[in-house]
Design a protein around this ligand. Sequence first.
Ligand code: ATP
Ligand code: MG
Length: 177
Amino acid sequence: MSKDGLVIVYTGNGKGKTTAALGMALRAIGYEHKVCMLQFIKGSWHYGEMDSSKKLEPYLELIAIGKGFVGILDDNSPREEHEKYAAEALKICSEKILSEEYNIVILDEVNYAINLGLIDVKEIVKLINEKPIALDLVLTGNHAKEEIIELADLVTEMKEIKHPFKSGIKAKKGIDF
Ligand code: ATP
Ligand code: MG
């Protein structure tokens, strides 16, 4: 078996990007591999996995980062405030990736932070290039940048065929959050 870790990207407009990453984490934890999921927060929702991680300790560590991105589209915090959070978030990503403590690191919704212009894609490219050789690195979020896709070993585009939201069905606990 290869010792080289993969760069894995889940992108696209359909549902399943974050849950695919969590599914992979669950599989890896079966072998007592250690997983760190860093979530770039998109809103004020509470997601079930934030509590699952406590139940899967010490194998799954989940850290919400970039909390300043919450409500970025409608809040009144100055741009500098968000940039400060982004810089902090990037520092945590770098520490976790380089720590060699994990088999898998997941940067959940990192593409979102990049597309908001809060994180420079070059910084993520740098992290991908610097990561420990054996580490599997997962990046999620729609509209993955070409630079990241080029470096990735595995890219899956979730494509929406149908989503219950479109027929007025509200987000479901345990399925959507
Ligand atoms: P999930 O976390 O369920 O795997 P995701 O990571 O692919 O979804 P995100 O863009 O991160 O998708 O959106 C997260 C939230 O939006 C979830 O509650 C998810 O169910 C919902 N969602 C995802 N895709 C769609 C869609 N195409 N239409 C409406 N809601 C969606
Ligand atoms: Mg997601």
